[in-house]
Design a protein around this ligand. Sequence first.
Ligand code: PEP
Length: 246
Amino acid sequence: MRKLAAGNWKMNGSLAGLGELDALAAACPDAACEILICPPATLIHPMVARIKGGGIAVGGQDCHAAGAGAHTGDIAAEQLRDAGATHVIVGHSERRADHAETDTAIAAKAAAAHRAGLCSIVCVGETEAQRDAGETLDVIARQLAGSVPDCATADNTVIAYEPVWAIGTGRTPSDNQIAEVHAAMRAALVARFGDGAGMRLLYGGSVKPSNAATIFALPDVDGALVGGASLKGADFAQIVAALDAA
Ligand code: PEP
């Protein structure tokens, strides 16, 4: 299994800022792990053109479940693929919250990604209130069951565990809390998909150069989905190096 360092630029970045991509590429010419950047949709094709087949993959941050049609403002998985994307994030907690995305809708988006030949990165994660109420494992089990489509395989699907309260806050779960959730996710995937359960499990939520090595040493952590620290090529390169060293 090749580990994955995935960056989510969210609604940040511009054509003028693509030098950060050059800095990342220059800092990790021989990375063993897979490196992915998911920029805003406007930057996907410029990034693909700039990388020129180099060792960094480019992905979308969302896709529509339909292949085409009257859905103003949305982007089909096929269009992401056409622009050169190879991956797409679905079910990020910011989209679950801002756009009221349900598990069913997210599973349909992931299935659309697979039909288009993209690898989906399906996000799950509990809120702080759910963790405080002792509901974390139930929430993760429900989101996994509902958001991961039956067509998921180890090749076309990555799961990202992103506690909502850890995103952009500088706070992270304890090592034991991360390990507990990742073990539960692995067990749920094995129970549902059997041999096909070798999907990569990423941790996401305030991953930084200073905590990456500790997180990557945990069992069943196969990489990270990184927001803020992926915006600077030099910072993300340190996270890539930590993943390679794990
Ligand atoms: C994210 O939004 O996917 C994320 C993990 O953000 P951050 O690394 O900034 O917490």
